[in-house]
Design a protein around this ligand. Sequence first.
Ligand code: CA
Length: 371
Amino acid sequence: MKRRDFIKGATVAGAGAAIAAASSFPKPAIAQDVIEWRMVTSWPKGLPGVFTGAERVARRIESASNGRMKITVYGAGEVVPGLQVFDAVSNGTAEMGHDAAYYHTGKSKGAAFFTTVPYGLTQVEHNAWVQIGGGQALWDELYGQFNLKPFLCGNTGVQMGGWFRNEIKDAEDFKGLKFRMPGMGGEVLKKLGATVVLLPGGETFAALQSGAIDGTEWIGPYNDLSMGFYKVAPNYYWPGIHEPGASLQLTINKEKFEALPKDLQDIVAAAAGEENQMMASEYFERSGAALETLVRDHGVKLRQFPRSVLIALGNASGEVIQEALDSGDPMTQKIITHFLKARTNLVRWTRVSDQGFANARLLDFKYPTGA
Ligand code: CA
């Protein structure tokens, strides 16, 4: 035997002995119990975008924690009704929730500013305010009063103005219009003389068909396509100034969150952050194709609100925001004042960056289409 072969053989034999020795030790006992949590949501089970996004964040927390956390996601009504997610997580009925802050303006008008408000911020701007501009600290302070820890977790992007049976040619056309629009957007339409109706999504098509309402807003093409509103109200208006970038939230029972080991807290926060962007990307990517289907296959009339209407909506929005500021408790006033200062700063930058570029890209020049 050559010397080199001998050395090689010895090494292999040595390694084999080491493996045999290691495997003869008992496996270490797994001391950690699996943390099993429930996530309640405001969404119809399986609804693409919001519900599937809530499920995606739950799966990510499970995989990133190597199975140390297991989260079961529930649709609206399975554990609690869709609008009771906030209370259920606050009182510990469920450990986590996925819904929208603006459902809870009954707790504080300031809550709306963590989702979206009329003529407020785009998705990019809202992330900038919450993540970097100081919004998260105010959100933590507000929600801390309710034993909740909030995270940004998804965004629908700019929504559509809604479905109208008849054309909107000027602000006068809102007078007497019976329209479904929840939240501060509804307050804006009331100022223009509309009769605002609050209806759950599931009852909206029937109300539109029977003539009980003249129109409705919903989300955007990705979700609106399956609702069938175009069959009775074919005028589809843009842009949805009432919800320019609706952020969704992951809420966690604060005591339960603080009791987690630090690494699991970080995993939950990272998964929420990842889903915040992932869901926004999903809405952005899917909406263009859905809009094309609506226009091409279903005869939808895509219309831009006239300039005079956009200005009237803007003035009405300004009044609604001012009233919320004037009538709010000190915490609400602190949130709104902070938001408005941030908005001024962010609008200044958007004008020369995203908006400046998007306008330039629409100018008349030759560019390949990929077709
Ligand atoms: Ca909406």
